[in-house]
Structures are given as structure tokens and as C-alpha cells.
Design a protein around this ligand. Structure first.
Ligand code: PLP
Length: 424
């Protein structure tokens, strides 16, 4: 039988990150010594107190309110107030099965095009495509570390005309590891206000920032138009729990009531035991804080290590300051790659995996031009539990420690160096 499918769905392929994960794991199962820098998942165990809360609440069987467990909504609004100074009430919070689903639902219920800075996380485009929504890419430049500038945003808004505009803004950033300064955010806020842009501020990596400046958000400088999304997946290391949150300001109240309707007609509510576990994470954050700080310290070390090695081997790579990703490019090897018949980032990542056993994602999955030769590196191929237990602090990491506890990080660099020297 050949079912007739919704044409909007036909244009989609399996999510690039999930596909590379399966391919790399399959090769590993066949015995290949793969370095897996393809899949962005926290390598650390879920903090024990959150696991315990999940176990202790296995008996919670009733459907919860559409917006989420009221105590959880309260804890989430309090958490964002204390940690980031945002002014959201418990009734501004909606809980969903991952922030990915919530972002999709918001895109779904909004009119107008979606402005997407390039490069951007892989799923925004397909989500907009599923709604038949126009996407307006805003290309950024490597010279400017792939940052969205007020000039670029202004130009994109201006050319989009009069229609309502939705901007997805991810900070700290996947794939570039960028973390925006307060001054940059203030300038972007002015442009957003001028064009009345509705912003989804994707802050899923919000606690994983390690530069001298603290995390800054459009929710502070443009609160009336900014929706914040976050969840348990990254800094709480619980991606598989599938719990995300959005915070929608009062000024966009209509959107919250529409979202509640869509939620009630689709997933109804997130699994009750998981919401109780999330209540522990957000409500008792002081007890989780040491975990978040230690894991962020480890990410910082690994990211800095990779950044230095990448630059030393001749790759261009902006220095990351948050999340757990780097976005190097191989432009300096363009000629040699071309001689090998490799002219796209997709062909290059295939060659890297086939010849050098290293899995990374092509820049083209992040909306870069196919020939840009950029790749996204997820710096998380290590046993997080072992590293946490033995972590000596960034200043005391020795070569012996690296070999024993972070072997794939060093090996990944060697594999890329091997690939480059094979180019001649
Ligand atoms: C930038 C970005 N936003 C959102 C998500 C979705 O996270 P979740 O659905 O697990 O909350 C991810 C996950 O990889 C991401 O990288």
C-alpha cells in the first residue's frame, strides 16, 4: 500500500542529530573505534536526588493540569527569577515533553515568518516547514564569530515587511558555543522592540556558560515580547526524562491560552512522576547547584582543550563560551579537499567518519551553505560519571588523566589531524 502523506511532512528527513547518532553507534557495535562528536547529549548521570524523586513518585498516576503541576510552575518561575532575574509568574509557565515540542507548538500557533540566524540548531527549520511557515535565514559571518548583530536583524526585519515576525534566538548557542554579552542583547532588544518581533529565546543551555560575563537574555531587556524556553535536558543531564518548559509573558497572554488548547488536544500533560522529579530539580536547586557547577567546569575544560587543538591544527574556530559545542571549519584545507573531490561539508563529514572514524555533523545541517566546510562538534564523548568522580579541577588535569578519563577527546583530535595530514 502507498499511503498518501501530508505534503508538508514529505519534505522532512529524520533529524540529522538522531541519524548520525544511530550511524556512529552502529559502527561502534561492529567493533570500530569511533569518536562520537555527533550527538549533543549530556554525558553525566542525572543527579541522584532527581532520580530519587522520580522513583519516589512512581505512584503518581493521575493526569496533571495541562500547564503542568502547579508546584512545578511555581518552582520554575522562582528559579528563573532567582537565577536570571526574569519576571515571570507561575501562571506564565507551561510544562511540556521537552522544549523541542514546546518550541514546535509555539511556532505552530503563530502567524508570520520565522527568522532564523544561521547557523542554527537543526530542528527549527523542519518545525517551521511542518507548519508551512516561511523561514527567513539571517546569515552571520565567521569573522564575527557567527553572532547575530543588530544590523543583520534590522535588515532581516525590514525586508520581511509588515507581517508579524517570530525570531528564534538561541543563547548559549548550539552549534557555535557563543554566549552573548549584555550590550549585544540590549542592542538586539531595541531592534526587536522597534519591529514588535516575538522572540523565542531558546535557553536550554542557560546554566552551561563559562566566560567572564554572565548569561544575558532578551527576557530582561525585551520582556514584553520574549518567550523563554528551557528544561531538564542539558544542565540537569536528564534529556531522556523529556521535560521542557516555556515562560510566556503576560503581554502575550493570548498565546498562553492558545498553547493550553493545543497541549490539551495533543499530549495532555507531561508524565506525572517526571514532573515531580523536575519539581525537585527546580524547587531544590541549591542542592543541584554543585552538580551544575562541577559539570560546567568539566565542559569548560574540554571545550577549551578542543578549541586550542583545533586552532593549532589549522582549523578556524570561534572560542566557545557556553553550551558544549564547537563550530570549526576546514576552509584552510579547501584546495586539498577539492583535489580529493570533497567540496561540501556533507561529503567531508562522510569522509571523516568513513576514513578517520570520527562522527561530526556537517554545517549544512545547521543551514550553512553546502560548500562552507564547517562542522559541528559535540564535545561530550566521555564517561561523565567517571570523570565527575575523579575530576581534579581544570588546573590539575595531566596527560595521564586525559588518557585515562577523557580518551576520546584526545583521540578525536588525533583522528582529525590524521585526516588532514592524509590530504597532503
Ligand atoms: C538549541 C537546542 N534547543 C532545544 C533543544 C531541545 O531540547 P529538549 O527538547 O530536550 O528540551 C536542543 C536539544 O538538543 C537544542 O540543542
Amino acid at each position: 500500500m502507498r499511503p498518501a502523506l501530508n505534503p508538508l511532512v514529505l519534505s522532512l528527513k529524520e533529524s540529522a542529530t538522531l541519524a548520525i547518532n544511530l550511524k556512529a553507534l552502529e559502527l561502534r557495535r561492529k567493533g570500530k573505534d569511533i569518536v562520537h562528536f555527533g550527538f549533543g547529549q549530556s554525558p553525566f548521570p542525572v543527579p541522584e536526588m532527581i532520580q530519587a524523586a522520580l522513583r519516589d513518585n512512581a505512584d503518581k498516576k493521575d493526569y496533571l493540569p495541562t500547564q503542568g503541576l502547579p508546584e512545578l510552575c511555581e518552582a520554575v518561575s522562582e528559579f528563573y527569577k532567582t537565577e536570571f532575574g526574569y519576571d515571570f509568574k507561575p501562571s506564565d509557565v507551561c510544562v511540556g515533553p521537552g522544549s523541542k515540542e514546546l518550541i514546535f507548538q509555539i511556532i505552530y500557533l503563530m502567524e508570520g515568518p520565522l527568522l532564523v540566524p544561521v547557523p542554527s540548531w537543526v530542528s527549527y527549520g523542519p518545525q517551521a516547514a511542518l507548519r508551512g511557515k516561511e523561514i527567513i535565514p539571517i546569515p552571520t559571518s565567521r569573522e564575527n564569530k557567527y553572532r547575530l548583530t543588530p544590523e543583520l536583524l534590522d535588515r532581516a526585519c525590514y525586508s520581511a515587511g509588515q507581517s508579524q515576525k517570530l525570531l528564534i534566538f538561541n543563547n548559549p548557542n548550539n552549534p557555535t558555543g557563543a554566549l552573548y554579552h549584555e550590550n549585544e542583547i540590549k542592542e538586539l532588544a531595541e531592534i526587536c522592540r522597534a519591529y514588535q518581533v516575538i522572540v523565542i529565546s531558546d535557553e536550554i543551555y542557560a546554566m552551561i556558560d563559562f566566560d567572564e560575563w554572565p548569561m544575558s537574555s532578551l527576557a530582561t531587556f525585551y520582556p514584553e515580547g520574549t518567550i523563554v524556553s528551557g528544561g531538564l535536558s542539558k544542565s540537569f543531564a536528564a534529556g531522556g526524562y523529556r521535560l521542557g518548559v516555556v515562560l510566556i509573558p503576560d503581554s502575550l497572554e493570548l498565546m498562553m491560552s492558545a498553547l493550553k488548547s493545543v497541549v490539551s488536544e495533543t499530549f495532555s500533560a507531561v508524565s506525572a512522576p517526571v514532573q515531580y522529579a523536575a519539581l525537585k530539580a527546580y524547587g531544590d536547586f541549591e542542592k543541584v547547584r554543585p552538580f551544575v557547577e562541577k559539570t560546567t567546569d568539566i565542559y569548560e575544560y574540554v571545550m577549551n582543550f578542543l578549541h586550542k587543538r583545533f586552532v593549532d591544527m589549522g582549523l578556524n574556530c570561534p572560542k566557545p563560551a557556553g553550551s558544549f559545542y564547537l563550530f570549526p571549519d576546514f576552509e584552510n584545507f579547501k584546495e586539498q579537499l577539492r583535489e580529493r573531490g570533497i567540496i561540501t561539508s556533507g561529503a567531508m563529514t562522510n569522509a571523516l567518519l568513513a576514513e578517520s572514524s570520527i562522527a561530526v555533523l556537517p554545517g549544512s545541517d545547521f543551514y550553512m551553505p553546502a560548500t562552507s566546510l564547517s562542522v559541528r562538534v559535540a564535545a561530550v564523548d566521555f564517561d561523565g560519571a567517571r570523570v565527575m568522580e575523579s575530576w581534579p579541577g581544570a588546573d590539575h588535569v595531566t596527560e595521564k588523566y586525559l588518557r585515562e578519563f577523557l580518551p576520546k577527546i584526545e583521540q578525536g583530535c588525533e583522528y582529525i589531524e590524521g585526516f588532514l595530514s592524509g590530504l597532503g
